[in-house]
Ligand binder design. Structure first.
Ligand SMILES: Nc1ncnc2c1ncn2[C@@H]1O[C@H](COP(=O)(O)OP(=O)(O)OP(=O)(O)O)[C@@H](O)[C@H]1O
Ligand SMILES: [Mg+2]
Length: 278
């Protein structure tokens, strides 16, 4: 079969990243919060579209984006920049290379901080002044006070409840307005599958939407981990199923990611009620 991996999805072709929400006012309200100078925390499980939503908001506000990906190794340098040796007029000099936080503050960009709750809590207080009414911080690498450009804003994302994450420090959390980003469902999910995946069979799209509802329900009652209902995984399954039987696609893209064989079996059992014999 000839699969063109460079194939552009309709979403990608249109250029602007689109976030599709259920009937909620998620996108408009988060945009309003940012326009009012608030910083936004997106809270939701893996593959629920948090990064996509941040991109869509940057696009709506016409802001360039700087990104920081938190890990337990995140240090001040990854946020603020580092010093390096350079040559000026034949002499070796110490130069400062700006990090994403300083760049975003100075140039008025959106700062996207992914997995904020994975960073060690002692690294983040440096951001407090930038995130509250002061809108400034003292850069310990240069001893300069950096005052944020009026357009500077922060979107942070957290995946709650996963191994390796810690509860956000109250003082940091207090500096954000919080938006929950659940897995999109129903007609909005159908629209997303149609726009963003390779699947065009309308009947199959409907069945994937119903399977997703079952997966969400099973995760709500604790029979499956929450990521079993990930929209990212579902879109992968839809893409694959445009080229192979859906049950196989679901095994590779959804069931196969679960570590417990009983959970894998449950996913396939739920899926087979929609796709048996396909
Ligand atoms: N509501 C949605 N609207 C548009 N795209 C979505 C939506 N939900 C999920 N997606 C798609 O699913 C994929 C995963 O989304 P994204 O990477 O933004 O998730 P995430 O919440 O940031 O996940 P993680 O916590 O693992 O970083 C992307 O291809 C994204 O376009
Ligand atoms: Mg993300």
């Amino acid at each position: 079969m000839n699969v063109d991996r460079r194939r552009e999805t309709p979403l990608a072709r249109r250029g602007a990243p689109r976030f599709i929400a259920d009937r909620t006012h998620l996108v408009e309200d988060a945009e309003t919060a940012l326009r009012l100078g608030k910083h936004v925390l997106l809270r939701g499980p893996t593959g629920s579209g948090k990064t996509r939503l941040a991109e869509a908001l940057a696009d709506r506000l016409q802001l360039d984006m700087e990104s920081v990906n938190c890990s337990v190794d995140l240090d001040l340098e990854a946020l603020l920049g580092h010093r390096t040796l350079g040559i000026s007029e034949g002499r070796t000099v110490v130069e400062y290379v700006e990090g994403p936080v300083i760049r975003a503050m100075r140039l008025g960009r959106m700062l996207y901080i992914d997995e904020l709750n994975v960073a060690r809590p002692e690294v983040l207080p440096i951001l407090h002044g930038a995130l509250d009414h002061r809108r400034q911080l003292t850069n310990p690498l240069t001893a300069e006070v950096v005052v944020a450009h009026p357009n500077f804003c922060v979107i942070a994302a957290i995946n709650e409840g996963y191994a390796g994450t810690s509860a956000l420090n109250e003082a940091l959390l207090n500096r954000f307005v919080v938006f929950d980003v659940p897995y999109v469902q129903g007609e909005a999910l159908a629209q997303l599958i149609r726009e963003a995946s390779a699947l065009s069979n309308a009947d199959h799209v409907e069945r994937f939407v119903r399977l997703s509802a079952d997966l969400v329900r099973a995760s709500e009652i604790g029979e499956l981990p929450v990521e079993a209902a990930s929209v990212r995984a579902l879109l992968d399954a839809c893409d694959l199923s445009a080229h192979m039987p859906p049950l196989r696609a679901i095994r590779y893209a959804i069931a196969g990611k679960l570590s417990d064989p009983r959970e894998q079996d449950l996913v396939l059992e739920l899926a087979s009620s929609y796709f048996r014999g396909e």
